[in-house]
Design a protein around this ligand. Sequence first.
Ligand code: MG
Length: 392
Amino acid sequence: MKITKIETFVCNARMRNWIFVKVHTDQAGLYGWGEATLEWHTRAVVGAIEDISQLLIGEDPTRVEHLWQMMYRQHFWHGNGIVRGTAISGIDLALWDIVGKIHGVPCHKLWGGAVRDHIRLYCHLGGGRMEDFYQTDPTDARRFGDLAQRAVAQGFTAFKSMAVPETMPLEGLRPLKYAEACVKAMRDAVGDDIDIMVDCHARPSPRMGLRFAKVLEPYGLYFFEEPCWPETIEDIALIQRSVSTPIATGERLVSQHAFRELLERRACSVLQPDITHCGGLSEARRIAAMAEAYRVALAPHNPQGPVSTAASLEFGFATPSYIICEAVLDDVPWRSEVVREGFTIVPEGRIVLPNTLPGLGIEIDEEAIKKHPFEQEVLLRSFYRDGSVGDW
Ligand SMILES: [Mg+2]
């Protein structure tokens, strides 16, 4: 069996262009779907996949690990940059999809079978409508409470918000009070049985990140995400040591080496590899094996398209330390028109039952994608009040 062609399909989904990867084989009707979505880098990733293709055309698609080693180590430059890592990931997902289809089983059965009966989903406040999640005015705590109640009314038992505002390297009480008011409004709105997460988007400096963590500690967050720049692991580790709130990070990191460092420095309680960036399911499984030894939980980053979600769920059904799946379901109203999924979402509690179809269990409608061709991603930038560049 040979790989004959690797195609990319770009589908504009407002905030991001979904990049779907289709790996073709010389067996009639046998192909795999992957996803390599990377906001504001769409052309670069499509080009990177084209560059990698020359390594893979004519190779046996079932030698997933061997092909992964080629993609990561050949062409001299290691595949640990975000563009190359994303390209490798998209192809790796498609290869696992092919292997599952060959054996007629969902991917999680290739990796030892289901380790749990269902997976809990968490949503973004506003369901993934970017205006609700990213642009809610942090001065409007009541709106945070209203959106939190809406998430619970939709059946979710956990949700994530961006309650920490854009913050200069050092500020006084103002942003801290804003964040506290928003989180208090959400907690008051939904009670203690619902899990609330706050994503800082690495907006704060290390010291401001620590202050936010301290202020929000009494509200019992399920986890507190990217409290400062991902490059500053010692600072993340300090915040992790300073509060009881579990710290989460990892969505911008590529390759096992970056995650090894997080674990060695006891920097977080939750690893958030992005399966479409970190090196695919192959690398995510290595990261999970390391995390297991440290008893650190996994909650992969997943705001992208439907193949990414299917991959996260297959991974979750085979990975004991996986705790929850991020789900963006309302980013575009036609999401279900471009994909057929093999898993079932139970509305009450928003839990997912395992996929029963081979591979990743998804089928992408190529005709439906054509209705949403590439568009330049919406420019989302941040500047502080003095005009200097901030972190979005
Ligand atoms: Mg995040």
